[in-house]
Design a protein around this ligand. Structure first.
Ligand SMILES: *Cc1c(COP(=O)(O)O)cnc(C)c1O
Length: 479
């Protein structure tokens, strides 16, 4: 088959799928063993047969999760924005690495433009930044920078014969912090998880006490990772008291805004949720979550540290690959990166930015928050549902109300599982104070009030169905 025909056929499939992905079941679910058998992985490879290739494409799509589907309310991301999908396709067909200007001229300039725009928006002065592979790695790079700023000799000598370093995070912080502590040689015992206040934020007096203990024992508190939007509850650590502590202890204050950092696009939401952000030392934000850019798309920003990124991360500066601009200006973004090959993430970001602009993204985030209010009210007004914990921001932690004597955890797991397998809807789960919760996240432009109505009705109907099968007494009929 000639290329032209192949592309035409591909485009037909893309077109068809783009309609299908918002309707029908959100998945045709099969258990892993059944799906593996169906897929015939062991048939001979290497036939160079385009029919076979397209048949694999169809099989892939037949069991793909339709993340654009309004029933997909499970994760912090959902179907991607169309401009960024165009960016992804062009990125794939041009297949280059964004590590040097030579191989990626336009993308390098787009990334620099983007970093400038995001530093300005965040209010970081004299800062620097990079696009990374996601907030997990951004958190690690921020911790790496903090570690090496505290003790610059570590880059050459390692962690040997040094006072012990301690990092502090919210007890509900993302697990990438544990991984960072492991990779950076601190050990997870040196990542201290601070208990929460009633709003799911770090309890600052406990944090302070912990720092005093560490310091008294000869340790060094070098890093505090605040979370802007915790994964389960959506809590925002307050920055102001952390900034006050920083004045005393001199640690690096990083803000993990992977999820909730999207509020910076709206002036009103930023002042509500992230005041004082401009005084933090670093900030990360995932464009592929609330803002809808195709996975993966992340930015990590440093405040007031124009050269630290380079001091900390650089390797290979004098090597075969990188070139400097005039006045030691960084021409090749690969110098700052932990990778060598870098996927082009700037094009999809750029196309989204041109299309929606800051105002469009602000509107989207405000719209989601409005829907979250609606969802919370829905739960509060229903006799069959209850909030597990009041809403802090964008996360709705709720569950089907179990009858007296029925443990709510297993019942709600069963509700979720049945809705998943039937292909109707997929909702997240988590634990709040040891209690199992369903976690509804709205990051999908195809979800509106009507879809939320039918989502909650499905949860309730499924709950009653399971209760009836188990012959328990159902709670009072509700909305
Ligand atoms: C999603 C998330 C992460 C991880 O981000 P990735 O881009 O998936 O690596 C880290 N922190 C928080 C708070 C998150 O919500």
């Amino acid at each position: 088959m000639e290329q032209e025909k192949i592309f035409a056929r591909l485009l037909r499939i893309v077109n068809r799928y783009s309609h299908e992905r918002e309707t029908g079941d959100f998945v045709t679910y099969l258990d892993p063993d059944v799906l593996r058998q169906k897929l015939h992985f062991d048939d001979n490879a290497g036939n160079q047969d385009w029919e076979e290739i397209f048949s694999w494409v169809e099989q892939y799509l037949a069991h793909a999760v339709k993340t654009s589907h309004p029933g997909f309310v499970n994760r912090m991301w959902a179907g991607a924005n169309l401009p960024s999908i165009i960016g992804e396709i062009i990125t794939a067909i041009t297949n280059t690495s964004a590590c040097t200007y030579e191989t990626a001229p336009v993308s390098t300039l787009m990334e620099k433009y983007m970093l400038r725009a995001m530093l300005d928006l965040t209010g970081f002065q004299n800062g620097s930044g990079q696009m990374t592979t996601g907030s997990s790695n951004a958190n690690m790079i921020a911790m790496l920078a903090a570690r090496n700023r505290t003790a610059p000799a570590i880059k050459q000598r390692g962690l040997f014969q040094r006072p012990e370093l301690f990092a502090f995070v919210n007890k509900d912080a993302h697990y990438s912090m544990d991984r960072a502590a492991n990779i950076l040689g601190l050990g997870t015992d040196h990542l201290i998880k601070i208990p929460l206040d009633d709003h799911g934020r770090m309890h600052v007096p406990t944090l302070e006490k912990s720092m005093q203990e560490v310091t008294a024992a000869g340790g060094v508190p070098f890093f505090v990772g605040a979370t802007a939007g915790t994964t389960v509850r959506g809590s925002f650590d307050l920055l102001e008291p952390l900034l006050a502590l920083r004045r005393r202890y001199g640690f690096w204050l990083h803000v993990d805004g992977a999820w909730g950092g999207a509020v910076i696009f709206s002036e009103q939401l930023r002042s509500q949720f992230l005041p004082d952000l401009e005084q933090a030392d670093s900030f990360t934000l995932d464009f592929h979550k609330m803002l809808g850019t195709a996975l993966m798309c992340n930015v990590l920003l440093f405040n007031n540290e124009p050269s630290l990124f380079r001091d900390v991360c650089s390797a290979g500066d004098e090597s075969y690959i990188f070139r400097e601009g005039p006045n030691h200006e960084i021409r090749d973004l690969g110098t700052l990166s932990l990778q060598c090959g870098r996927r082009v993430d700037s094009l999809k970001w750029f196309l989204d930015w041109r299309f929606y602009g800051q105002a469009g993204l602000a509107q989207r985030v405000e719209h989601y928050l409005e829907l979250c209010r609606y969802a919370e009210e829905w739960v509060q007004q229903s006799d069959a549902l209850e909030m597990v914990v009041p809403r802090e921001s964008f996360n709705i932690c709720f569950r089907f109300r179990a009858a007296q004597g029925t443990p709510p955890g297993p019942l709600n797991c069963a509700v979720r599982d049945r809705m998943h397998r039937s292909g109707v809807t997929l909702v997240g789960t988590g634990y709040v104070n040891g209690e199992m919760t369903l976690r509804l996240l709205i990051t999908n432009l195809n979800v509106g009030k009507t879809e939320l109505d039918s989502f909650f009705r499905t949860v309730i109907a499924t709950g009653y169905e399971i209760l009836a099968e188990n012959c328990s007494v159902p709670p009072a009929q509700g909305r």
